[in-house]
Write a new protein. Sequence first.
Lengths: 304, 434
Amino acid sequence: MSTLADNKKLFARSRAIQRQQTKVSYLFLLPALLFFFGFVVFPMIMGIYTSFFNYTMKEFSFIGIRNYIELFNDSTFGQSVTNTLIIAVASVPLVMLFSLWVATVIYQMPVFSRSFFRGVFYLPVVMGSVPVVVVWKWVFHRYHGILNWTLSSLGIISENINWLGEAQYAIWCVLAILFTTSIGQPIVLYVASLGNVDQSQVEASEVDGCSKWQTFLHVKWPSLLPTTLYVAVITTINSFQCFALIQLLTSGGPDGSTSTVMYYLYDTAFRIYRYGYANAMGVILAIIIAAFSAFQFRVMRTDD
Amino acid sequence: MNKKTLTTILVVLLVIAAAVAIYFATKPAQEPKEAATEITWWAFPTFAQKDAKDPAGTYEQTLVDAFQAKYPNIKVKLETIDFTSGPEKLVAAIEGNKAPDVLFDAPGRIVEYGMNGKLVSLNDLFTDELKADINNEGLVAACGDGTNYWMYPLSSSPFYMAINKEAFEEADALQYVNLEGDRTWTTENYVKALEALHAAGKLTSSVYCMNQGGDQGTRALINNLYGGSMANADLTKYEVDSPENRKALELVKKLVDDKVLEFGPEINAGGEIELFVNKTLAMTICWGTTAAKINTPNMDFTQVWLPFPSDDGKPVLEYLINGFGIFDNKDEARVKAAKLFVQFLCDSEEVGKANVLATGAFPVRTSFGNLYEGNADYELLTAFTKYYGPYYNTMKGFANMRLQWWTMLQAYLSGNTSLDDALATFQTESNKDL
C-alpha cells in the first residue's frame, strides 16, 4: 500500500515538475510569440481584412470582393503573375541543381578550399540587394557595360544590346541576378547536409560495385531530400517575392515585361495609394505561394 | 493624551499652517513653465550644400540651429530623405501616423497629401500681403487646390534642356540652335540638329521612361513639339490624346526607330543626366538649376541652356516650385511651431534669401529682388519664366497620371502597342479617379 501511495506521490510530483517546465518553456517562447503575432499574424489578418475595403489615403469603405474582381480583370496584374511564375519556375530548378552540383564538388575539397568557395558563393547573399544590383547594372549597361564590350570585342554582336531596355532580354537579366543571389544559402545547406550522409553506406555501396551516379542516387540523395525540400520551398518563396531587384533594376519595365506581383503591389500601394487593392494582390500571392509549397511538400515528402 | 499636550500640538500645527500660508502669500507668482515643443522636418535634397563635400543635411542643420537659437522652446528634429526612397518613406510614415511636421518638397506631392486630408491648411499664412508680394496668380494657385493652400512657397525655377556645345559644333549641328535672345527654337531645327548629330556618329538624346523620375522632361518635349498639352484648359481632365500630341508621339517614334533618338526604358532622368554629364549623350531634356548646380563641377564641356523646341517657336515650359507643407499631427502646439519654422525659413530677409540661393532658383517673393544680378545664365532663365505653362501638377490624380505617362511611353515606343491603344489606355486610366 505504501509503495502505491509513494508511486502516486512521485507521479503527481513529476507532473507538477512537467507543468512547471511547460510554463517556463512558454515564458521563454513568449517574446518570440509576441513578435510573431505582432509583426506576422496581425499584419496578415489586417492585410486580408483591408483587402475587402476601398482603402486609400482618403477613404476606407467596405466594398466586398470588388478588389478581387478588379484584379482578375487587370491585365497588368495578369502580366505580373505570369512574370512571377516564369521567374519561379525557371529559377527554382536551376538554383537547386546548380547548388547541389557545386556542393558535391566542393564537399570533396580540402577544408580551406571548401570554406573559400562557400564564402565566394555566399557573398552576394550577405552583400544585400543594392550593391549587387548596382554592380549588375554596370555589367548590363547599354553604352558602357562590360557585357556589351566583351561581346562586341569577340565579334559576337555588331551593335550594343539594351539588355535591360528590351523585353526579350530584361526578364533573363533579372533571372541571372536572382540566380547569383539565390545559390549561396542552398550551397551552404547542401554542403552541411552531405556531411550527414552515412559514410559506411557510401563505402558499402562502392564495395558492392555501384557507380558514382548509383551511389549518389540511392545512398546520398535520400539523405539530402529534407534539405532539398527546404531549399525548394525557400527558393520558391524568394522567387515569388522578388521585389528589390526589380525595383532597382527595371522598375517592372520595359512595358511590364519584368513586373512581378510584389513589384506591382508596391507600385499600387506606394505610388497611387490604393492600399486595399494592393492587399488583395498580397492575398492572391500568398495563396499561390501556399499552393506551390504544398505541392512541393507533397512531391518531396519523406516518411521520416 | 492629556489636555496640555493636545493644546501644544494644536498650537504648533497652527503656527506651521500660518507660516506656510504667509510663505505662499508673499512668494511672487511664477510664470507657468512653457513646455518645449518638438517638431520634425523631413527634407528632400533641394538645398545645395555650401561645400559639395558636405553630407546631405549639413546646410539644413545650420537652419535648424539658427531657428532654435531664436526660439529656444521649439526643438526641430531634421531628417533628410532622398528622391528614390523618400516618397515611399513618406507614405509609410503617413499611414503609420508617424508623419513629419514639416516637409520640404514640390506642390505635386504636397497638394496631393493636402487634398487627401493629411496636411493643415495654410490659408492663414496666405495673407493679401504675401499674395501681393508673390504677384503671380498662377504660382499662388499652384500652392493649393482652389479651396485651401497646402504649400508655403520659397522659390521657383523652370525646367529646360541643355546641350553639349562642343558636340554640336563637331557635328555641325549648332547652326540649328538659336543662341540669341530667349533661345527659342523650332521643332524643324530640333530634328535637323538630331539628324546632324546622328550622322556624325553621336548619340543625341534619350526618351527615358523607366519610371516617374524626371518625367517632366519627356512631357515637356512631347507637349512642345506641336503645341500639345497634358490637360484640358480648366485643368479638370488629363487630355493627352490630341492631334498635336499624336503628331509629336509619331515623330518621336520615327526618330527612335531610325535610331536618331535613343529610347530609354531602362533609365530615368537621373540616368539620362549622367549620360549627358559623361558626354555619352549630346543633350539632356531634364535640366534645371539644381541639376546644373550639382553637375557642373563634373562637366568638362560647355553647356548651353535651351527652352524646348516647338512648332511655332513659342515654348510652354514646366516649372518647379520649392516649398513647405505642414502635416496635421493633431497637436495644435506642433502645428503652431511648424508654421513659425516655415515662416522663419521663407519670410525672413536674411534666411529666406540665403535659402532661395541654396535652391539655385528664383525667389517667389518679388520683395527679395534680383538675387542673381549680372548672372547671364539667370537672366536667360528670367526670360524663360514668361513661357511658364498651366500648372497641372496639383490636379487630382497627378501621381497616377505620372505612372500612366511613362507606362504609355514604354508601351508605344517599344512597338508593343499601337498609338491608339496606348493613348486610349492613358486617357482611361489617368482620368478614372477624377
